[in-house]
Write a protein that binds this ligand. Structure first.
Ligand SMILES: [Zn+2]
Ligand SMILES: [Zn+2]
Length: 181
């Protein structure tokens, strides 16, 4: 659980900061296949009426390579800055008007700031659209399906490397399609 008790910070002068390092077990992010704990540093800053969490995060996720379909471990890291707003006045205990969900995260009635949801959202945003097992993964042959990281085939791949090659390939396929009609 990545949570910070901020009752004191909320009552400290505006601009007061707290700094922490954290580590959360991978299993706590149940909807992500993380392969190692999420680690990072967080600075909490009292902005007067809210708290800004400025945090780094670093972990890795298990995925399928978008080119060769083999398992891949993808490093995830980044920085987040999210605002957290009290739901209860720390001095009077009076309920405060709620803030729109997409504008800020709530600090709960016990003055606990839960950072895990913000980290979870940022980990998901850090996921690449096409994960790769390694940057130079050669992928599968589009003709015969062989994994080109493991072997070679006699299919013509080199034509796809130049734009003219792609064009000639397209033309050839077009001709093949028209002659078969
Ligand atoms: Zn791959
Ligand atoms: Zn092939």
């Amino acid at each position: 659980m990545l949570a910070f008790h901020v009752a004191q910070l909320l009552q400290a002068p505006q601009g007061t900061t707290r700094h922490y390092t954290y580590e959360v077990p991978a299993e706590e992010f149940t909807d992500l296949s993380l392969t190692r704990p999420v680690r990072g540093e967080v600075t909490l800053i009292n902005l007067g009426r809210s708290i800004l969490a400025d945090a780094t995060y670093e972990s890795a996720v298990r995925a399928e390579c978008g080119r060769c379909l083999e398992p891949a471990i993808i490093d995830l890291s980044g920085r987040l800055q999210e605002e957290f707003v009290p739901t209860v006045d720390v001095r009077t205990g009076v309920r405060l008007p709620s803030v729109a969900e997409d504008e800020a995260f709530p600090i709960d009635a016990e003055h606990v700031l839960h950072l895990d949801e913000a980290v979870r959202q940022h980990l998901i945003m850090a996921l690449p659209m096409q994960p790769l097992c390694r940057p130079d993964c050669r992928g599968l042959c589009v003709s015969c399906g062989i994994d080109l990281n493991r072997g070679t085939c006699d299919c013509a791949h080199e034509v796809a490397d130049s734009p003219f090659g792609v064009l000639s390939l397209l033309l050839r396929n077009g001709q093949a399609a028209s002659t078969s009609e």
